[in-house]
Design a protein around this ligand. Sequence first.
Ligand code: SF4
Length: 286
Amino acid sequence: MTGGPGTVTPEDRAAVSASVARALEGDLPEEDDRFRAGGDDDGRFVRAMASEAAAHLEGKPAERIVAWAAGIVPRFAVTSSFGAESAVLLHMVSRVAPQVPVIFLDTDFHFSETIDYRRRLARELGVTVLDVRPALSPAQQAARLGDRLFDRDPDTCCALRKTEPLRRALTNYDGWATGVRRVQTPERAATPVVEARRHDDRWLVKVAPLAGWTDDDVVGYQRRFELPVHPLVRLGYRSIGCRPCTTPVSGAEDARAGRWVAFGKTECGLHLPGDEEVDRLTTTPG
Ligand code: SF4
């Protein structure tokens, strides 16, 4: 690509168009090292390129969005909760870019069925799964903040057991993909297929290849490729997170209605304490 650090030239934009065209033809575009820096120009390059790519990739097949990102972003990963829909994106990645690692946030509070499912999918799809754990064990967290924090302050619990571990894991990457879809919650309704997200002092590329997918799209893909189903789905769990914060839902309810039911909370990242607060909670002795 052309253009020096911190500059975004018309040639750069044309090169992004070319990289998207290549992905749409079924190839992986060449890696661009400027995505690796991620912050030497306050993310100007990454932000501009993500915006450009989003415009080109909106409405395009999810496999091609994965291919574009896995090709052009030097260190790329996919995050997965190994929940009810996770097999779709993981299967897609295993077909298009099998070298891409999968980050699994093991909160220590998952259902045993989720851990079994994580092992099964890793084995059957042949993907490499990196288990990322919180800084505090459940016992350390209970000693520091009291027992059953999830029953009293789920935002802080999620910050300690999900947000901070993800932030730590992403220091090794320049971009990542998630299975977020727009129809899942009002907060996700405007999810772009490609965006730039700030993590600490770096700007990373975040990709949501399934952003525009409907529930039927997901079911159709699962059936087409006969993907293994999370065992709890048969018991009415349609969105699966940590055991203490997840309940089954009826067929008429929203899939995420069974998450944090006592709190009106729908996202792990809502109303979180800032990073400094997370650092204090995980590093202060006692
Ligand atoms: S989902 Fe519940 S148990 Fe899991 S990290 Fe969040 S509050 Fe804690």
